[in-house]
Design a protein around this ligand. Structure first.
Ligand SMILES: Cc1ncc(C[n+]2csc(CCOP(=O)(O)OP(=O)(O)O)c2C)c(N)n1
Length: 277
């Protein structure tokens, strides 16, 4: 059992409200539960700024590639050509890749898991929770009412060995029923799927989630733009950077050392004061 408390924000604004909670109550473990519509459409701005600030939050983005609650409109992760109630002739919008967005927003922890493997999901959430700073986890989640089967090509039980690339820190990136496929970096620094028999095991990319530069993680995020080709899951990036709350506390302490503890009433009544009659 867990002792939890939840609150609903305005649509998309959880990443704006949660940093306030985290700043005021550093003793709490603060989680943001969001969706591809919530976190990447209306709340996209709030999401990227809480990531770059490295507030101590665990952000779970449940990506079902659709607006479910409002009954099936296309979202920022829907594929081009998606026919929905709001795009009857097919969506024209090029979709976001949420992992690439989080990496571009300077997130210090970035991972992907999915709704067909409880153990993988638990382990990913555990690592995200342990991370100090903003942890971003994308979860591929089927919406069985408004977008059923969106991840079938990679998440059907018989497809997973061939289509999921399990990223493991410090290990060569291999996948496939017999580990017969792997990932290399090509001459342009792009990640590329190969047959291990063609290149040899030594040529494979060794995953390193702790690299300070996000380029490697970004290259891996570009392997699959849509869940139709081999797709990396696991932890793309886990690095340390000063946490926003710690910096804010330090700033507060040094200001108090300089000018004393301060008094709100005195502050408000200081400087230019007008009397309205
Ligand atoms: C300010 C505001 N604008 C629009 C809405 C309507 N609305 C509710 S949920 C939603 C999209 C939800 O999509 P997503 O975050 O992907 O979650 P899902 O329902 O698919 O789980 C929208 C547009 C709202 N509730 N509030």
């Amino acid at each position: 059992y867990m002792n939890t408390y939840g609150l609903h924000s305005i649509h998309g604004r959880a990443p704006a409200i949660a940093p306030g909670v985290a700043l005021a109550r550093p003793d709490l473990s603060v989680w943001v539960i969001t969706g591809d519509g919530d976190g990447l459409s209306i709340g996209g701005n709030h999401l990227i700024h809480s990531l770059r600030r490295n507030v101590n939050l665990t952000i779970l983005l449940f990506n079902n590639q659709i607006y479910g609650l409002t009954k099936g409109q296309y979202s920022p992760t829907s594929e081009v050509g998606k026919v929905t109630k709001s795009s009857p002739f097919g969506s024209l919008d090029y979709p976001f890749n949420p992992i690439s967005v989080a990496l571009g927003a300077e997130a210090t922890f970035v991972a992907r898991t999915h709704d067909m493997d409880r153990k993988h999901m638990q382990e990913t959430f555990r690592r995200a929770h342990q991370h100090r700073g903003s942890a971003f986890v994308e979860i591929y989640q089927n919406c069985n009412v408004f977008n059923d089967g969106a991840f079938e090509q990679i998440l059907a039980k018989d497809k997973r060995p061939e289509m999921l690339i399990d990223l493991r820190h410090g290990e060569p990136i291999r996948f496939g029923p017999d580990g017969n496929h792997g990932v290399v970096l090509n001459e342009f620094g792009e990640a590329q799927v190969v047959d291990v028999a063609d290149v040899g095991e030594d040529a494979l990319l060794v995953h390193d989630e702790s690299r300070p530069d996000p380029s490697l993680a970004f290259a891996l995020s570009r392997l699959a733009d849509q869940p139709t080709t081999p797709t990396p899951v696991g932890i793309f990036r886990a690095v340390h950077r000063p946490v926003y709350e710690d910096l804010a506390q330090q700033q507060l302490a040094s200001a108090q050392e300089r000018s004393g503890p301060g008094d709100l009433k005195t502050l408000i009544e200081s400087g230019s004061v007008w009397e309205v009659s």
